[in-house]
Write a protein that binds this ligand. Sequence first.
Ligand code: HPA
Ligand code: MG
Length: 217
Amino acid sequence: MGPYIEISDTYAGYALSYFCVPKHYEEDLENILIPSGIIQDRIERLARDIFQDVKDEPLTTVCVLKGGYRFCTDLVDKITTLNRYHGSVSVPVNVDFIRLKSYENDSSTGDIQVIGGDNLKGLKGQNVLVVEDIIDTGRTMEKLLAILKENEPKTIRVASLLVKRRPGSTGYRPDYCGFEIPNKFVVGYALDYNEYFRDLNHICVINENGKKKYAVA
Ligand code: HPA
Ligand code: MG
């Protein structure tokens, strides 16, 4: 894993009063862990690192929906900006979008299924970049990588905006990581809690009120 920003367990984040948060979420958040401007600045650097690593070869990004959609669009935007500014080097970018579904019948195995997206056979010989919002236990990503590798991509890398310091993690680390965060439930920037909070620009820690308000009945 390349360099990443480590957010310590004791970091208090920013009070909501310093930044703009939608009124409908004001009562539901503990603090702002990563303001949207810093998210953007960090993605700018990840884009540069990726650009320099794959230079002059096409890149196929595979965005893991729904949580990865904002990170993926911002990352691809920044890579295409580099393409415009560099006269001599460029990375043609292809985009695909997948969703993961866990098998319902046998929850004990925890197997996953890839749904949506193009035929995975098209990944053969490609430089694949999986774009994910967060690595939690690492189990989902390890299973996804096993599925993608069956299709014989030339290279396969993973960019995850966040990695959680989580007891019980498999130890999996992505190639590119924005921030390593404490073991807290975060929302915003397309990360959700029961489908809420995707419409929040900053990455925030949800509070007890928010968990209760948006719990599934
Ligand atoms: N927030 C949102 N989705 C998640 C998280 C989180 O903290 N961990 C795993 N999926
Ligand atoms: Mg996810």
